[in-house]
Ligand binder design. Structure first.
Ligand code: PMP
Ligand code: GLN
Length: 375
């Protein structure tokens, strides 16, 4: 196992703090989620009964609210649910619990930064399948070629960080067919499930034959703008969730009890917040995309999430990694190079940067103004 180094998010947020630059790097909103949800957390903290360990699986009303959410949104009836410390712990527990050393695991490229390190911790052999810029399509023949008799698990994320791509039904059906035909387990990271501007979010578990071989992961952070709460979950077949739980119990056991209670309240009575957030983010995506175009960036397709990628090469910057280190000093804006999410930093994403648009409009406008002046 290779010891993971400092994550790109830690590095770039530290740079934002050091330089006072606007942080469009790490993806977190600059406004809290609903006051009623925060109030539910305060009430739980003050109740005198919600401050000790939670049951290992999660507090009962959160487990029920998650199952009800899956039923209401997608018609899914998962056999089991496990509450985790964010989606991050669910992802790590799934991979560590389901993949044995020497087995193979398929991921997309680019992908979220924790996937490759957790695969390495599990001793898995990684195979990456590209999403192709500029529209970030998945080539199902390339995916088929990455699957071998040793493939145990396919892990992917849609809506997708860092690209903003939402996989369409044809791509998901292709993934499902490959999983079924090759007896591969799927783990889906759906933390941006409610943040889709074009197209629709289709959980892989809803496709024929996939409910019994898919672990579906999500969390409260993005849907309710409380990214620091780290209340996540995994749902799926009993034996797959049991394998995940077996790992999770020794990573952190069970905690965050008052926040679990508040997360249950949020999911059960969302007050339309996720839909309003989605509409606001949609408008912010357009605002930032227009501003970036005006500054001279090439702007790539984005259908969901907090993120949009842009090409800095039209501005004479072919190396996005070098640019990302200079930009806070030169322009007062922090971004993330897409190279941080890929296997080959010198590949076709070399000149791309990721911008987070989950910020106040005034912050986005200030960043755009700075970038236009700098360009
Ligand atoms: N997956 C993706 C694709 C993400 O962007 C993030 C970051 N928020 C996570 C997982 C981690 O989620 P959590 O904060 O719930 O651990
Ligand atoms: N998910 C967030 C992003 O992609 C960051 C999470 C983290 O800092 N690990 O920006």
């Amino acid at each position: 196992m290779t010891a993971p180094t400092t994550t790109i998010f830690t590095t770039m947020t530290a740079l934002a703090e050091e330089t006072g630059a606007i942080n469009l790097g790490q993806g977190f909103p600059d406004e809290d989620g609903p006051a009623e949800v925060a109030d539910a957390a305060v009430a739980a903290l003050r109740s005198g009964t919600r401050n000790q360990y939670a049951p290992l699986g999660g507090v009962p009303e959160l487990r029920e609210a998650i199952l009800e959410h899956q039923r209401r949104q997608y018609g899914l009836e998962p056999a089991a649910v496990q509450v985790t410390f964010g989606a991050t712990e669910a992802l790590a527990s799934a991979v560590l619990g389901l993949v044995r050393p020497g087995e193979e695991m398929v991921i997309l490229d680019p992908c979220y930064d924790s996937y490759a390190p957790i695969a390495r911790m599990a001793g898995a052999t990684l195979r990456r399948v590209p999403l192709h810029p500029p529209d970030w399509r998945l080539d199902l023949d390339e995916l088929a070629a990455a699957i071998t008799p040793r493939t145990r698990l396919l892990l992917f994320n849609s809506p997708h960080n860092p690209t903003g791509r939402v996989l369409d039904r044809a791509e998901l059906e292709g993934i499902a067919a490959l999983c079924r035909d090759n007896d591969v387990i799927a783990v889906t990271d759906e933390v941006y499930e409610h943040l889709v501007f074009e197209g629709e979010h289709i959980p892989l578990a809803t496709l024929p034959g996939m409910g019994e071989r898919t672990v579906t992961i999500s969390s409260i952070g993005k849907t309710f703008s409380f990214t620091g709460w780290k209340i996540g979950w995994a749902t799926g077949p009993a034996e797959l969730i049991a394998a995940l739980r077996g790992v999770k119990q020794f990573l952190s056991f069970a905690g965050g009890t008052p926040l679990q209670a508040a997360a249950a309240a949020a999911l059960a009575h969302d007050g339309g917040y996720p839909a309003r957030l989605r509409d606001e983010l949609h408008a912010k995506r357009d605002r930032l995309a227009d501003g970036l175009r005006a500054a001279g960036f090439g702007v790539l397709a984005c259908q969901g999430t907090y993120f949009i990628c842009a090409d800095a090469s039209p501005l004479g910057h072919p190396d996005a990694e070098a640019l990302s280190l200079r930009l806070p000093h030169e322009a007062g804006v922090v971004v993330i190079p897409v190279s941080a999410f890929v296997e080959d930093p010198a590949g076709p994403t070399r000149s791309l940067v990721r911008f987070a648009f989950c910020k106040r409009e005034s912050v986005l406008d200030e960043a755009i103004g700075r970038l236009r002046e700098w360009a």
